[in-house]
Design a protein around this ligand. Structure first.
Ligand SMILES: Cc1ncc(COP(=O)(O)O)c(C=O)c1O
Length: 630
């Protein structure tokens, strides 16, 4: 056997092992005839005539090739035009275009840290971030998925001298969930670490004008942000990627990012098309709204938790189940692909479903018809699905859903208290009664306590909840005598609400509580201002605490509730439940379920006598599992 033949034999044996494990991958070209539930072309820009035409124009003017590294005269004027447009869009000083997201991550990490430094990396980060740590020869420390407390612990263990970079995706590529960016940034700031946020799956989808998940934080944490990476191959529909940050960072990357310096510039067609795609993506609010609606309907129809963006993972466990599901979808004309190890952790193979602006309800129905029955045989998912019989069929292999995995991660790191925000569609809709119900019901879910963030007016909601629920209560975060919105009530006393201090109080209460649920009641309706410039909605958008929405059951609820849901979803927040307080009104309930796509809806009657026993009777009749264990 020649050396070459023995190499081929070894490779064939390795491939056979992969195939036996159900892990062999094949290049399967997408077909135009299939409904696309797999690509990352979220906004449909890959086939947009203006994008194609812009690429053509650039080709005609500057030729087909990048010709050389940008530092040696390669590329075209479209490269800088795209960089400037992208930076403007994201409100940053500068951006640098790389040929791919993979290279962008490798380049920025290797340019910022090196031997002796530390890369703190979320356990579910993309392979390019994992490889980036290796290329940089920095020590990589992995923290638990989206777990700021674990990050804090790991940061505390890092030696004092090292430069530390915390890297996370904002929307995770395989699980579709959103990282708790504010909490991670706070932990990074406390240690003097920098953050690198990979917005590959958030750009164009999340944030005002699609500027990504980091933009949901305002400028609050920009002091710790070293860079964002956004890719051109996903919502922008082209290819390439940008590292976005300060002008100084861009200049540094030009010198030090080897995956930029030692590679050929992108084709003029790429940067020309990117320039057009950026302008279109900025203005694609209707497409974004449709995406949110479709991905939410898809998740709801398959009993999956509400997605943060357009990715809906349906975890099936074994490779064979995921592959079977993908084949069944293909046979029905639907392109839905399986994601298997090493792209996802072992035992969590899944259908990774992706919604696009160009999908429609009829395609979703076809997907439900194919995937629904496969899930119905999976009793252990325990996810509520219309018509699913929880007692039917033992699954061959059942791994928890990604979101369950997050819940389990929380268990692993030991019991700790979590907040549950009670927000209302208006003032006087019954938030305090629902808060009392939740604080009392929390006893069966690890314990509960209550905290009113801001109390205005003389009446004390804290006293009412204490009397009704007998739960532990904390002093309100701030209290003002005037019965008005917090910003006005504070002004009447010559004061203002300090939002950072309020957040600090919340975290201190959680720490003191130790475990269980801290029910946090907001003041008045959802969009009530805390300060002249900052509403409760802004607060929720920044902190992303789990929440429930309380609305009245009767007249006026449809408008208030649908608008409130829309406002929450525009910020990519999803209530764990909708409570309708008051006399039962079946047609309102049905309209909210149908138009609001919200579940569960829990009805709270006007109790004849408000008492702990009345609350207990209600709790016994209603299933709050999803509220506490979403
Ligand atoms: C989170 C994340 N980062 C980076 C990349 C790499 O981007 P590209 O495909 O442009 O190399 C991807 C692509 O799948 C991704 O999902």
């Amino acid at each position: 056997m020649t050396e070459r033949e023995s190499l081929d034999a070894r490779l064939a044996a390795e491939r056979a092992r992969w195939r036996a494990a159900g892990l062999e991958r094949e290049l399967v070209l997408a077909s135009n005839a299939l409904a696309d539930f797999t690509s990352n072309d979220y906004l449909g820009l890959a086939r947009h005539q203006q994008v194609i035409e812009a690429g053509r124009e650039a080709l005609r003017e500057y030729g087909a090739g990048g010709r050389a590294s940008r530092l040696l005269g390669g590329g075209s004027p479209f490269d800088e035009r795209a960089e400037e447009a992208l930076a403007r869009w994201l409100g940053a000083e500068a951006a640098l275009l790389f040929p791919s997201g993979y290279q962008a991550n490798i380049g920025v990490v290797q340019a910022l840290i090196g031997p002796g430094d530390v890369l703190l990396s979320d356990e579910l980060n993309h392979a390019s971030l994992i490889d980036a740590g290796r290329v940089a020869r920095a020590r990589t420390v992995v923290y638990r998925h989206s777990d700021p407390e674990d990050l804090e612990r790991k940061l505390a263990d890092v030696g004092a001298a090292a430069r530390v970079l915390v890297a996370t995706e904002s929307v995770f590529s395989m699980d579709g969930d959103l990282a708790p960016l504010a909490e991670l940034a706070r932990a990074a700031r406390a240690r003097g670490a920098w953050m690198l946020v990979d917005e590959a799956h958030a750009l164009g989808v999340l944030g005002a004008s699609g500027a990504g998940a980091w933009s949901l934080l305002g400028n609050e944490f920009d002091d710790v942000l070293a860079a964002r990476v956004v890719t051109g191959g996903k919502a922008l529909g082209v290819t390439g990627a940008f590292v976005v940050g300060s002008a100084a960072l861009r200049r540094h990357l030009l010198q030090r990012a080897r995956s930029f310096v030692f590679t050929t510039a992108v084709s003029p067609a790429v940067s020309g098309a990117l320039c057009a795609a950026i302008e279109l993506a900025k203005r694609a609010d209707d497409a974004r709204a449709k995406l949110v609606r479709l991905s939410r309907a898809l998740a709801l129809g398959l009993g999956a938790p509400a997605p943060a963006a357009a990715i809906v993972p349906v975890v099936l466990g074994s490779e064979s189940r995921a592959l079977d599901a993908a084949r069944a979808a293909l046979a029905a004309g639907l392109d839905a692909r399986a994601a298997r190890p090493p792209r996802v952790p072992a035992g969590t193979s899944r259908l990774r479903l992706v919604c696009h602006e160009f999908n429609d309800d009829a395609e979703l129905e076809r997907l439900f018809a194919v995937v629904g029955p496969l899930l119905a045989s999976d009793a252990s998912r325990e996810l509520p699905r219309a018509g699913a019989d929880a007692s039917s069929g033992e699954p061959d292999r059942a791994e928890p859903h990604a979101h369950d995995r997050r819940g389990r991660a929380q268990e692993r790191r030991g019991a700790r208290a979590v907040p549950l925000v009670v927000a209302g569609t208006d003032t006087g809709v019954g938030k305090t009664v629902v808060s009392a119900l939740l604080a009392r019901a929390a006893d069966a879910h690890g314990g509960g306590a209550y905290w009113k963030a801001v109390q205005t007016g003389e009446e004390s909601d804290t006293r009412a909840v204490l009397e009704l629920s007998a739960a532990r209560t904390f002093e309100p975060g701030a209290a003002f005598a005037k019965p008005a919105s917090p910003h006005e009530a504070a002004r009447a006393e010559g004061k203002s609400v300090d939002v950072e201090q309020l957040g600090g109080r919340l975290r201190a209460n959680l720490a003191e509580l130790g475990e269980g649920t801290l029910v946090v009641e907001l003041a008045g309706g959802l969009a009530v201002p805390l300060t002249d410039e900052f509403t409760q909605l802004d607060w929720l958008a920044r902190e992303r605490w789990p929440l429930v929405l309380v609305a009245r059951s009767g007249l006026g609820t449809l408008n208030h509730t649908l608008l409130s849901l829309e406002a929450l979803r525009a910020r990519h927040l999803e209530p764990r439940a909708l409570f309708l307080v008051g006399e039962s009104h079946p047609s309102n309930r049905a309209a909210l379920a149908g138009l609001g796509h919200v579940a569960p809806i829990l009805e709270v009657p006007l109790f004849e006598r408000l008492s702990t026993s009345a609350l207990d009777a209600w709790i016994a009749r209603n299933d709050l599992t999803r509220v506490f264990e979403a």
